[in-house]
Design a binder for this molecule. Structure first.
Ligand code: ASP
Length: 440
């Protein structure tokens, strides 16, 4: 069994966290490649190094004094180095970075130094081989990963080294320049490496003991999800559950490699396993009818009325064209005999509402348009709902018994989710009612 382990920013935020990471890596000999993030927050008002690097770049760009802020970055690393008794020549590393800053460098180079330096320190602390991500993660000029070249390079490096530390979040372009992923992108580095070496598991170490069944800011101490499928995760993430970088899923999902979300501060907790539907022991972990609940506020319902709608057969097509023109994504569509309704993000709709109404009225004769605002969408997600009658009945009964009026109902035909739309003011109550009826 071989594993790739990625440690997020809070797991490597200071010397004390480095010690926990060392213990985790040393007690599990199957961890062969470790991906390191830049130091994150040590406490809630603290700064992430990556944020400070972005800020330094903005100062530099507008010729605003940045050296004082840069000292904070240097101090964070110096403190880790000192407390762990390491030898890395940070002075030399920072001189190189600062001289590039004076000459004018590529923005991504500066932003990526957070993970670069942290991985160097971690490699020395563990006595492992440091491999620069620029030498194994290759982007094409269009921003996509060059999979063949990247896989070959990772395989090559892995052949020659048994224990490796790699900085997350960046790679290089065909001209050798550094390029970073979008924020949180170290997750993607771990995923690409896991696929390249065909890891048995991709461990993603963070500061929570797995994915929770509901948002803990809404539900008091929600239970942890032990096993979740990639498809269920997609549904929950889309509806607001924030777990992994979205682009980190595809490489491991396609290769059938599970992701294990673990907590650096509670290393004995098995966390959450994210697996494909065919995972062998998934059935044993399929007790609850639903896997999780997630939701988002602030949608609007845009309803189009025409009596009789048969006189305006192209009205749906017309409005879809109008929404396409303003690049507005449609969440759901429901229809009646002489009307149909579109559920859209309020933020996007409000930007072009008057243009959309004017354009639609130009295309369709004597229609009426109504907008209802302040709608929340709530999804209940679960592989166990499939082919089992009763879940929606139980859901609607629970809403009715608690005086919650449902404005929108939608269920995908794969039965993996049921989505309801309720007034924003009922959002928190609704999630608690669902949790208490289905999970507790
Ligand atoms: N350090 C980067 C960020 O803060 C990347 C990462 O941590 O995954 O976004």
């Amino acid at each position: 069994m071989i594993k790739v382990a990625k440690f997020g920013g809070s797991s490597l935020a200071d010397a004390n966290q480095f010690k926990k990471v060392k213990d985790i890596i040393l007690r599990d000999s199957s961890i062969v490649i470790t991906v390191a993030s830049a130091p994150g927050k040590r406490f809630s008002e603290d700064n992430k190094i990556t944020d400070l690097l972005y800020l330094s770049y903005a100062h530099l760009k507008y010729s605003v004094e940045y050296t004082k802020m840069f000292v904070h970055i240097e101090d964070r690393y110096a403190k880790i180095k000192k407390e762990l008794n390491l030898k890395l020549n940070l002075g030399k590393e920072f001189d190189k970075i600062k001289s590039k800053m004076k000459k004018g460098m590529n923005k991504d180079y500066l932003i990526s130094r957070g993970e670069y330096l942290n991985a160097k320190l971690l490699a020395e602390y563990l006595g492992y081989t440091f491999i620069d991500a620029k030498d194994i993660i290759f982007f094409n000029f269009n921003g996509n990963i060059n999979i063949e070249k990247t896989t070959r390079a990772i395989e090559e490096v892995f052949k020659c080294n048994s224990k490796i530390i790699v900085p997350g979040f960046y790679g290089s372009l065909p001209n050798g320049e550094i390029k970073v992923f979008s924020r949180g992108g170290s997750d993607i580095t771990g995923s690409i490496i896991s696929r390249a070496i065909n890891a048995s598991v991709y461990e993603n170490w963070t500061d929570v003991s797995g994915i929770l069944m509901a948002d803990p800011r809404i539900v008091d101490q929600p239970k942890k999800i032990d096993f979740i499928t990639y498809n269920e995760l997609r549904e929950l993430s889309y509806m607001g559950a924030n777990v992994l970088h979205t682009n980190a899923v595809a490489p491991v999902k396609e290769a059938n490699i599970p992701i294990n979300i673990r907590n650096t501060n509670e290393p004995d907790n098995p966390g959450t396993m994210i697996v494909n539907n065919n995972y062998e022991i998934l059935e044993e972990h399929s007790i609850s009818p639903i896997t999780g609940i997630a939701g988002k506020k602030d949608f609007s319902i845009l309803s189009i009325y025409k009596y009789p709608m048969s006189e305006e057969p192209n009205s749906l097509l017309n409005i879809l064209e109008v929404l396409k023109k303003y690049k507005i994504n449609i969440e759901h569509i429901s229809s009646g005999i002489d009307n149909f309704s579109l559920i859209l993000s309020s933020e996007h709709l409000e930007k072009y509402l008057y243009e959309i109404i004017a354009d639609t009225k130009k295309l369709c004769n004597s229609i009426e348009i109504k907008v209802v605002r302040d709608i929340s969408l709530i999804a209940i997600v679960g592989r166990n709902m499939v082919h089992k009658p009763g879940t929606s009945g139980k859901l609607f009964a629970a809403m009715g018994n608690n005086g919650v009026n449902i404005r929108v109902i939608s269920q995908s035909s794969d039965e993996l989710n049921i989505i309801i739309g309720v007034a924003n003011e009922n959002f928190e109550k609704c999630i608690n009612v669902i949790y208490n009826n289905f999970i507790v």
